[in-house]
Design a protein around this ligand. Structure first.
Ligand code: PMP
Length: 356
């Protein structure tokens, strides 16, 4: 070992979902939206010129913050924006989780949480989901250094009711509680209204899923102005120009088009419910996901083998080889046509398996 290596901050990094570049595939592995962004985004991009790149972007990200505040009926001081919700969440970990007591998040959840906790040396504990992969609110009532969970949870799609979230808040007045709502627009209820009553609640959302803009990297947090001020202080101590001009302009444009957003999310919900029926017919089991993905298992076939077979057929889904979930596949909801191809493949695969 070289001597300097002793001083290196070592981390086991997060593994992002694969982004194959071959084009010819059905991509159901990273919960992207199968539909394009709102039409106004394309127009906004055409209006950009290289000359505008000469100047730094607005560090306050005003046009985007303003558009979000207007859409959600908030004051601008209640909105924080970042480079995807990963950036916003990383800032949240750095800002709010600074206690000697462990923060809490579920054993099965977004696999970036433990990576940030390790990176920033935040102690953590992971209460177990129950056998139906649901969060047990009581597990979050004891002393802790802060709480974070996605709602709907990932990769399960399971929803925690607002009543249960409020119970968690009632037991945790002295720490920051973060609800990661990356998938909330596909049928779950947002905890945003609870931010009026609980000044320690922060709601984080993203443009990557319901707004079809994973490639642009826009995320945001909403909550009490004091929380947002703390986040901004850390942001300005790290990188003040996080959002580039293109992201600011196209994000503001996307958020204004409520009708397009409602139409595309409704289509995804409809396809999801159709896919549930088809998968049930084929003998798959899964929870009642309210996200844009399903977390499926089948008693007659191993998830890892099925994952490989799907890959060979150029259908990409996500497989996690972690305890408790290593016989499941997470399947993003694509277009109806993509899901039909998937279902047909699964039908054939299972009947071949039965024969063989
Ligand atoms: N939270 C959860 C629960 C997610 O699944 C994801 C997607 N990987 C994110 C946050 C981050 O998404 P993004 O950085 O694209 O906003």
């Amino acid at each position: 070992m070289k001597l300097w290596e002793r001083n290196v901050r070592k981390v086991v990094p997060y593994t992002p979902g694969e982004q194959p570049q071959d084009g010819q595939m059905i991509k159901l592995n990273t919960n992207e939206n199968p539909y394009p962004p709102a039409p106004g985004v394309e127009k906004a991009l055409r209006g950009l010129s290289a000359e505008q790149m000469r100047l730094y972007p607005d560090p306050k990200a005003k046009i985007l913050v303003e558009a979000l505040a207007e859409y959600y009926g908030l004051k601008e001081e209640q909105v924080f924006v970042g480079v995807g919700s990963d950036d916003v969440l990383a800032m949240c970990f750095l800002t709010f989780f600074n206690s000697e007591k462990p923060i809490l998040f579920p054993d099965i959840t977004y696999s970036f949480y433990d990576v940030w906790a390790e990176l920033f040396r935040i102690p953590y504990r992971r209460p177990l989901l129950n056998d139906a992969f649901q969060i047990q609110a009581e597990d979050y009532f004891g002393e802790n250094g802060g709480i974070i969970f996605p709602n709907p949870n990932a990769p399960t799609g399971e929803v925690l009711s607002l009543e249960k979230i409020e119970e968690i808040l009632k037991h945790n007045r002295d720490v920051v509680v973060i609800v990661d709502e990356a998938y909330v627009d596909f049928g779950a209820k947002s905890a945003l209204p609870l931010t009026e009553k609980y000044d320690n609640l922060l709601v984080v959302q993203t443009f990557s899923k319901s707004r079809s803009m994973a490639g642009m990297r826009i995320g945001f947090a909403m909550g009490n102005p004091d929380l947002i001020r703390c986040l901004n202080e850390v942001k300005y101590s790290f990188n003040s120009y996080t959002m580039d001009r293109t992201a600011l302009i196209s994000g503001a444009e996307a958020i204004r088009d409520r009708e397009y957003f409602e139409k595309t999310t409704a289509k995804i919900v409809e396809t999801r419910e159709w896919a549930k029926e088809q998968l049930r017919r084929l003998g798959f089991t899964f929870g009642d996901s309210q996200a844009n993905f399903l977390f499926i298992t089948h008693r007659d076939c191993e998830a890892s083998g099925l994952y490989e077979a799907l890959r060979k057929a150029h259908i990409y889904v996500r497989y996690f080889s972690s305890p408790r979930i290593d016989n499941y596949l997470r399947v993003t909801i694509g277009t109806r046509e993509e899901m039909e191809t998937l279902i047909a493949f699964l039908g054939n695969y299972l009947s071949e398996k039965k024969k063989g």
